[in-house]
Ligand binder design. Structure first.
Ligand SMILES: Cc1cc2nc3c(=O)[nH]c(=O)nc-3n(C[C@H](O)[C@H](O)[C@H](O)COP(=O)(O)OP(=O)(O)OC[C@H]3O[C@@H](n4cnc5c(N)ncnc54)[C@H](O)[C@@H]3O)c2cc1C
Length: 375
């Protein structure tokens, strides 16, 4: 039987970041993922400078190895209406390819890796858990995304009785001719909100890749809205000469809809597994990385005692940082929706509230590790 102190299930941004933040402790950390890496991940792949700061990413080094698209403006508006361009004149965000980003974070994690291995079973034992009948761990960290098996173990009705956001997305390379003809600029991602404000579509260019998708709180209209969105992008010259791509789907929980138990004896959840994506934008990478950091700091402080009372400070720190879960619904009454649409057509609102506050979280400085991992 293999043994470790901490088993992290899931090698996305949450799991690999948690491993890295634990790397300077004396803990033996294993990261398990059902996929072989690098692997694709359904995501627009847009990150903020605060994520870069918390991770301590060397952007020059990153750009030598992978696509890193600096973002200095946004084109945004309501679907079917003339969008406006909001320019910042400086880099306010980055677009990355998740296949590359997740691989690079995993390489820096410093953990022992068990890739291409699915968590099939976890049985409690005297000092923690026995996983897949082959690995004994004192602490189980659930970082397996929305359908995380550890969240199920902790009693969540994963995929049922939860108000998730449903999204479809495609990322594909442009040919040389398409790259020239494409109306979408790399430094200006495009965001288009559904007329009922129940979701939004995006068109993000990263070098010679294009990423297009749409997410909604209401899955029954997702496919129809996506088809309308694609036709509208074609008519607007954003996707010239490009056949309809194969869109892949995924779901995630926004913080306000998350009711998952995130801490119990010898187990805790981080990232999408805990349901942490920001309510307004659906950005989940920053909450995934920040929850990983807060969890790692609690794990270190627990000094090997992983009873719920010693892990509870993580849940408290998360509430302080991200706000309490289950805070209500966004779209509200028809009157509120009408006011919101009117506001979205206002340039100052679009810049200072929608983009600065809801999408870029510029008011919130990055979370910094108490101990910076080396290397
Ligand atoms: C269409 C779409 C667009 C998005 N765009 C953005 C964006 O632009 N910016 C942003 O910040 N956020 C975005 N998000 C949200 C973001 O993708 C997630 O919040 C983020 O990936 C969460 O990271 P994570 O590490 O918690 O989980 P994940 O990245 O989902 O990683 C979970 C890992 O767990 C593994 N796993 C799952 N089950 C098992 C198992 N049984 N055994 C072993 N391993 C398992 C999976 O293989 C996976 O590698 C988007 C989401 C969607 C759906």
């Amino acid at each position: 039987m293999d043994r470790c102190d901490v088993l992290i299930v899931g090698a996305g941004p949450a799991g690999s970041s948690c491993a890295r933040f634990l790397a300077q402790s004396s803990l033996d950390v294993v990261v398990m993922d059902r996929s072989a890496f690098p692997r694709d991940k359904v995501c627009a792949g847009w990150i903020t400078p605060q994520v870069v700061a918390t991770l301590g990413l060397d952007l020059e080094d990153y750009a030598r190895r992978a696509v890193l698209q600096e973002v200095a403006a946004f084109r945004c508006g309501l679907m079917g209406e003339l969008p406006r361009t909001i320019r910042y004149g400086t880099t306010v965000s980055y677009a990355i390819r998740r296949r590359e980003f997740d691989q690079i974070l995993l390489e820096r994690s410093g953990a022992r890796l068990r890739l291409s291995e699915t968590l099939d079973s976890a049985v409690r034992c005297d000092h923690g858990w026995i996983v897949n009948g082959a690995l004994q761990t004192r602490l189980l960290v659930g970082a397996g995304g929305h359908f995380c098996p550890v969240a199920r173990l902790l009693g969540s009705q994963v995929g049922r009785a939860e108000g998730a956001v449903y999204a479809q997305e495609a990322e594909f390379p442009l040919t040389a001719e398409q790259a020239v003809a494409c109306g979408t600029r790399g430094d200006t991602p495009e965001l288009y909100f559904c007329q009922d404000l129940s979701g939004y579509g995006w068109c993000v260019r990263k070098g010679d890749y294009l990423n297009i998708g749409l997410g909604r709180e209401d899955p029954s209209h997702l496919v129809g809205q996506l088809q309308d969105f694609w036709r509208w992008l074609q008519a607007a010259g954003r996707v010239p000469g490009i056949d309809t791509p194969h869109f892949k789907g995924h779901a995630y929980l926004q913080r306000r809809h998350a009711h998952r138990t995130i801490v119990t004896d010898n187990a805790l959840l981080i990232g999408d597994s805990a349901g942490l994506a920001y309510d307004e934008s659906g950005e989940g990478i920053r909450p995934a990385v920040e929850s990983a950091l807060l969890a790692a700091e609690t794990i270190r402080a627990a000094e090997g005692d992983y009873r719920v009372a010693r892990l509870a400070p993580y849940a408290i720190a998360l509430d302080r940082r991200l706000g309490c879960a289950a805070a209500g619904s966004r779209t509200g009454s028809p009157t509120r929706r009408a006011v919101a649409k009117w506001l979205m057509r206002n340039r100052a609102f679009a810049r200072h509230v929608l983009l600065d506050h809801f999408f870029l979280h510029r008011h919130q400085p990055p979370l910094r590790p108490l101990l910076r991992p080396s290397g």
